[in-house]
Design a protein around this ligand. Structure first.
Ligand code: GCB
Length: 597
């Protein structure tokens, strides 16, 4: 078994960061495998930063838009290999799929571009220099998650076209680690909390190899031991606990120790926040108190980096979110790098963690089709719906396994704007919701994000959701430029939902207008800063009319890159911040509202 726990260093575990400048090569004719590039070394490689997307580093369009196989290679030094020690390579993600080789021999492979890839290389590694090679691929099809297609031009060049509205960035997007673990290692752990009057009960479960004993310790911020337990599962009781609260996070440290005859075989330390999440009637409760979600749908997206993780971008984004008074974000439309969740744990932000179930609707401009409520069927005529579902289920499982212990994660989103109006859609999603419910020890709410076609009278999947997420664009894709009519239609739909799903909380997961930094106009017109502000104010007043609306996550936190097309001006401009994270005018209206709410 391969431990996917986030790499840490201590006296037993060793984690060596392999980020840096790697060697790289495009493989447009798919020759690398046949020519044994992994065994012989990449021929004539160029340099490539890791982590990062390759697309925006180049000056030629064919490189930016490259679709197919591409290879990475680097040297990895292993200082020592103690008897019994096991060696792994762990990538935060490789988009969208990869095969990993060490010293020319295949160590493993992974499908899906937004979750960790961990491969064991104990048998392949040697002390000294090793060659690590990755063959990656960024093609999309109707069985990949997310979905899309590949178009071949007359000259034979190919382009990936997602059924989604973000650039199909690819590469090794997150950090890479060489991990050395003891022969018998702690594989995983999970915690759940229960709050009583002045006490918290933390139930834990651990998964470790061998027959050693487990000891679990909980320490407060000062390092004082507050509770401990023995055994692979059990419970810890904390008197007068410091709760992990929204924007006021308190993190304890949980230590899991695997010992035999007094000898420590393995140890893993991780932050732990004591908090509960529940849905009660129309409300979302955190630690038993109602919480109104304020924030954004985001993207992992930045100039030059593409979708590559960088701590500086994350830091700036959290500072902007704090400035505007937000408390929540959705990882639209895929699980983000683990470091985002670590920061959210520290900052007390809430996360709706979304699986990469996007593009489950056949359209190259699905945002327009979805926004206007004109989407078509999908699941009924997919080439291989079972394989699609398998890939989707694997992503849900891997996401929950990876993120289940983060106090910041308050809900799982299974999809964004999928087709939900047919029996085939219901059959497709029911097992995925069931999987999420079964796998999460904390039984967090499970949801999915509905576009306009998924209307109260047609959607067949909303009953699966603990709270209902809506993406609506009244005043943009519908009745654009006429906010009065937009408001009327918006309220008409909300009245229908009130009747259809009484007692269920709703969260707006998208609403927004493309807005150019440079455009001001009075009276307002679409695309102007003034229009974005008026549109948002109309939305605020509608949200405030319906008590079952329990959250507003605007689209989007910042402008972001998309594919090209007549609907996009070098990307999607619905950010409340520009792509380089400066506020647009409407950001102040949010700040005024959210600081009070
Ligand atoms: C949507 C999608 C999102 C798009 C957005 C838009 O409904 O969920 O990915 O970017 O609309 O701006 O059109």
């Amino acid at each position: 078994m391969i431990s996917e726990l986030y790499p840490v260093n201590n006296e037993i575990r060793r984690a060596q960061l392999l980020d840096g400048l790697w060697r790289f090569r495009f493989d447009p004719r798919g020759e690398g495998e046949g020519e044994a590039w992994a065994e012989k070394g990449l021929p004539d490689p160029i340099s490539m930063p890791v982590p990062g997307s390759f697309a925006d580093l180049f000056t030629e369009a064919w490189q930016r838009d490259y679709c197919g196989d591409f290879w990475y290679e680097t040297d990895v030094y292993l200082q020592e290999l103690r008897p019994g020690q096991r060696v792994f390579i762990r990538f935060g993600s490789v988009t969208h799929r990869c095969q990993v080789y060490l010293n020319g021999r295949k160590a493993g492979e992974h499908e899906g571009g937004f979750l960790p890839v961990a491969v064991e290389v104990t048998e392949l590694a040697r002390v000294g220099r090793n060659r690590l090679t990755v063959r990656a691929n960024n093609e999309l099809n109707e069985t990949s998650i997310p979905c899309g297609a590949v178009r071949t031009a007359a000259d034979g060049s190919r382009r990936a076209q997602g059924y989604f509205d973000f650039f199909n960035y690819a590469g090794i997007h997150r950090s890479v680690w060489l991990v050395q673990l003891p022969e018998q290692a702690i594989q995983d752990y999970s915690v759940t909390c229960r709050l009583e009057a002045d006490e918290a009960e933390i139930r834990y479960e651990t998964d470790a190899e061998g027959d050693g004993s487990i000891r679990v310790e909980l320490r407060d911020r000062e390092g004082a031991l507050v509770a401990s337990g023995e055994g692979r599962q059990g419970s810890l009781r904390v008197r007068n606990p410091h709760l992990w609260q929204v924007r006021n996070a308190y993190l304890y440290t949980l230590t899991v120790c695997l010992t035999r005859e007094g000898r420590t075989l393995d140890r893993y330390d991780a932050p732990l926040g004591i908090r509960t999440v529940a849905i009660e009637g129309q409300r979302i409760l955190l630690n038993g108190q109602p919480v109104y979600l304020k924030g954004f749908g985001k993207h992992e997206d930045a100039e030059i980096l593409g979708r590559g993780f960088h701590w500086a971008v994350a830091k700036r984004d959290f500072e902007c979110m704090k400035w505007i008074g937000a408390n929540c974000f959705r990882t639209s439309h895929y699980p983000y790098a683990e470091e985002w969740y670590q920061m959210a744990d520290q900052e007390g932000f809430l996360i709706i963690d979304e699986a990469p179930g996007v593009g489950l609707m056949r359209s190259f401009a699905n945002f327009a089709a979805a926004g206007a409520g004109k989407s078509n069927g999908f699941f009924g005529d997919c080439p291989d719906v079972e394989l699609l579902q398998r890939n989707h289920r694997a992503a849900v499982e891997e996401m929950i396994r990876r993120d289940k212990n983060h106090p910041s994660v308050i809900a799982w989103s299974i999809f964004n704007e999928a087709e939900t109006i047919t029996q085939a859609a219901e059959d497709y999603f029911a097992p995925l919701f069931e999987t999420a419910r079964r796998l999460d020890p904390q039984h967090r709410p499970v949801t999915g994000v509905l576009e306009k076609t998924s209307s109260p009278d047609r959607c067949r999947c909303w009953p699966m959701m603990d709270f209902i997420c809506l993406n609506r664009y009244y005043g943009w894709y519908i009745s654009g430029g006429d906010l009065q009519e937009a408001r009327r239609q918006f309220e008409e739909e909300m009245d229908q939902w009130a009747e259809k799903a009484p007692g269920v909380p709703f969260v707006f997961t998208e609403f927004g207008t493309d807005t150019l930094d440079s455009l001001h106009k009075l009276p307002s017109v679409m695309w102007s800063q003034e229009y974005q502000q008026e549109y948002m104010e109309m939305h605020f007043s509608v949200f405030d009319r319906y008590p079952f609306i329990q959250g507003e996550l605007a689209w989007n936190f910042a402008d972001f890159q998309t594919g090209q097309g007549i609907m996009r001006v070098n990307g999607n401009k619905k950010g409340l911040f520009s792509r380089n994270r400066q506020p647009k005018e409407a950001a102040w209206a949010f700040r005024r509202r959210w600081m009070e709410k």
